[in-house]
Design a protein. Structure first.
Length: 365
């Protein structure tokens, strides 16, 4: 098992970050644990100014280096809860003599570990090499190394980086071609399903309880676990309230803050499921301290998928507030029920009310 050292940079005057340092670190720990990394240490480091070469200041870098040397930790990975440049990564790895990952790399690793279908694996690979391609230019230290012909007749040959970029570009084209075939097959399947019954898609922040709700509504026994990104590939089940009232429920991949753009682009065929849904159900975890921030993160991705401006949302969109079993009775009585459905996917409280609302909304659309 690999050890990891988690670092969350607390950047001075970071107006874009809506979360507390403790909350951000808790999420980072969840990400690391989800791929079986053993947390050796975790630190919240104050960053007054980001160093373009090393991200952190000299003092903090030296402090971490000393700690690594004194403890003699082997197979340690340092994970930084931010996006770092290839130059910063290379310089930190050189000083610390360990592997360094940033947030995007960690999320890509998790998606790679979760992919079980051919489509999922292709989408993750596309995201990974698309991200890798953007980092090639600054990450190579041997740009002068040349391959190809020698002497006067052969010419100077090609730089190694050009060969790598060509290889990656070629692979991206092949994957996109394969995914296009998958997309067309999925579209045919989707059209056949829609001819039968309306489509209802579950969306939400990762670990909000989507899969548990999916199982509770459909009676299925799909994989559910208290971990991030438990679902990558969409699942579908027919739900019946009566002989004439049926719909297809779809469970989709969970979202997360600062979701890499490469992943959104690569999982387009999966996320397209939302575009064609007759009803979109956003599952929210009311017990989470980042309840409001998570909502903004999910809505931001939805707007990106639909091509909407800030503040716009699809008209066929409702919110389901999950995990009310974790609230006190007094807190439940104070809930604002306008345009929201409250339930507990775990206990089943409010599930029948949700089903009835789904059928009513589908009929009225």
């Amino acid at each position: 098992m690999n050890f990891c050292w988690l670092i969350h940079p607390s950047i001075l005057n970071d107006k874009l970050n809506r979360r507390t340092n403790d909350s951000s670190m808790y999420e980072l720990k969840s990400l690391a644990i989800s791929i079986n990394l053993k947390i050796y240490e975790s630190n919240i480091i104050r960053v007054n100014r980001i160093n373009p070469g090393t991200y952190f200041g000299k003092g903090k870098i030296e402090e971490i280096k000393q700690n690594l040397c004194e403890k003699k930790i082997k197979n340690c990975i340092i994970i930084i809860n931010s996006n770092i440049s290839p130059i910063q990564q290379r310089n930190l790895e050189k000083v610390w003599n360990v592997k360094v990952l940033d947030r995007t790399a960690l999320i890509l690793e998790i998606f790679g570990a979760r992919a079980v279908t051919k489509e999922g694996s292709l989408q993750v690979e596309l995201a990974h090499i698309s991200w890798q391609k953007t980092r090639l230019v600054r990450s190579w230290t041997h740009l002068e190394r040349q391959r190809g012909g020698r002497g006067f007749l052969g010419g100077p040959g090609e730089l190694q980086i050009e060969l790598d970029k060509r290889h990656i570009t070629s692979r991206i084209k092949r994957i996109k071609k394969e995914l296009e075939k998958v997309r067309k097959t999925r579209e045919l399947q989707r059209n056949k399903r829609k001819q039968l019954y309306p489509l209802v898609s579950l969306i939400g922040y990762t670990n909000s309880g989507k899969s548990t709700l999916f199982n509770k509504i459909t009676g299925a026994t799909e994989f559910t676990k208290n971990m991030v990104f438990a679902t990558l590939d969409p699942k579908h089940r027919i739900v019946s309230l009566s002989r004439d009232d049926n719909f297809i429920l779809s469970d989709t991949v969970g979202f997360i803050s600062n979701l890499p753009t490469e992943l959104i682009e690569s999982f387009k065929s999966t996320l397209d499921e939302i575009l064609y849904a007759d009803l979109i159900i956003h599952v929210r975890d009311i017990s989470h301290e980042d309840y409001y921030s998570q909502n903004e993160d999910v809505q931001s991705v939805i707007r990106q998928i639909f091509g909407y401006d800030k503040g716009e949302m699809p008209t066929n969109y409702i919110e389901v507030i999950n995990k009310i079993d974790k609230l006190q009775v007094v807190e439940r009585k104070q809930l604002n029920t306008k345009n929201k459905i409250y339930l507990s996917a775990l206990t089943g409280l409010g599930i029948n009310n949700l089903k009835k609302n789904i059928f009513d909304l589908i009929k009225n659309n």
